[in-house]
Ligand binder design. Structure first.
Ligand code: SF4
Ligand code: SF4
Length: 284
């Protein structure tokens, strides 16, 4: 089973949920935790997890052989990312915009485009208390986050429970991280911004056909419209984490919720059971 964790908005506590869920599962249950927030992976910091394996992630970028090129402009036409331009008898490439999709080299009628590898990030992994951990790290200034996320997800082991932490928002990297999961936990906070971004995240998972449930973090701030919205949409609220100075202090000290307050383990186990029920119901 693959459970992804997303939120329309940054700073809502996705990583707090991902790490505590992974640490709460019964001993002996094989778990994979994939941190796909590749622009700012930080789950390993909370887990204090030593990273032992490193692999470079590349994308193939075009290299033009101008002796074969007729400057027909087809490569620029097909590039959806404006990473290639043909002007006045010259082909210009912009490697920082290239997503390595291969369309230009595939469609060049003269075979004038070959591909060379460009490093865009790394994948690192480690083990902790029965958790197999993998994360991707996009190099600063690079845009092809989905490519690094795909590389992390290539290591998914369906024999294990897979927990995927995504980046905040609803853009391409989040879609790439969340897609093909069996359930998505949407972490939000009870504020107007939280509600606005939750609604965007709900739309995203609906388009991907993924069932979802909501976790309200910093609950108790007195704003009830998130609950109203969930009720109207028929989305279950699966966990509430209160606005509590002790929880904030733990997080700021880099301590996971279930390690700092072990009484929360039961709540996360219960959360897992409820997700399992939905997923099993879906496949019955
Ligand atoms: S498609 Fe090929 S031949 Fe046409 S401009 Fe691009 S590199 Fe040159
Ligand atoms: S590989 Fe794809 S993204 Fe890169 S320049 Fe070619 S068409 Fe554009």
């Amino acid at each position: 089973m693959i459970i992804s964790i997303a939120s329309g908005k940054g700073g809502t506590g996705k990583t707090l949920v991902a790490t505590s869920l992974a640490l709460s599962l019964p001993d002996g249950k094989p778990v994979q935790l994939l941190d796909c927030d590749v622009e700012e992976p930080n789950a390993h910091i909370l887990l204090k997890l030593p990273l032992s394996y490193k692999q470079t992630v590349f994308i193939p970028i075009p290299q033009i052989d101008e002796t074969k090129c007729t400057y027909c402009g087809k490569c620029a036409e097909v590039c959806a990312y404006n990473a290639i331009a043909v002007i006045k008898g010259k082909v210009l490439t912009f490697p920082e915009l290239c997503h390595g999709c291969g369309a230009c080299s595939y469609l060049c009628p003269e075979g004038a485009i070959s591909e060379v590898n460009k490093e865009i990030g790394v994948l690192e992994s480690g083990q902790l208390k029965g958790i197999e951990f993998i994360h991707g790290k996009l190099n600063i200034g690079e845009l092809a986050a989905p490519r690094v996320i795909r590389e992390v997800k290539r290591h998914i082991n369906q024999e294990k429970l897979v927990i995927i932490d995504s980046s905040p928002g609803t853009s391409c990297p989040v879609v790439e991280a969340v897609k093909n999961s069996d359930f998505c936990l949407l972490v939000t906070e009870p504020t107007p911004f939280g509600l606005n971004d939750l609604a965007l995240a709900v739309d995203m998972v609906a388009k991907l056909g993924i069932p979802c449930g909501v976790i309200i973090n910093r609950d108790g701030a007195g704003y009830s419209k998130v609950e109203e919205y969930c009720r109207k949409q028929g989305i279950p609220i699966l966990l509430r984490i209160p606005l509590d100075i002790k929880i904030a202090q733990l997080y700021s000290r880099g301590v996971t919720l279930v390690e700092g307050m072990p009484q929360w383990r039961e709540a996360f186990l219960d959360l897992f059971d409820r997700v399992k029920q939905v997923v099993n119901g879906k496949f019955q």
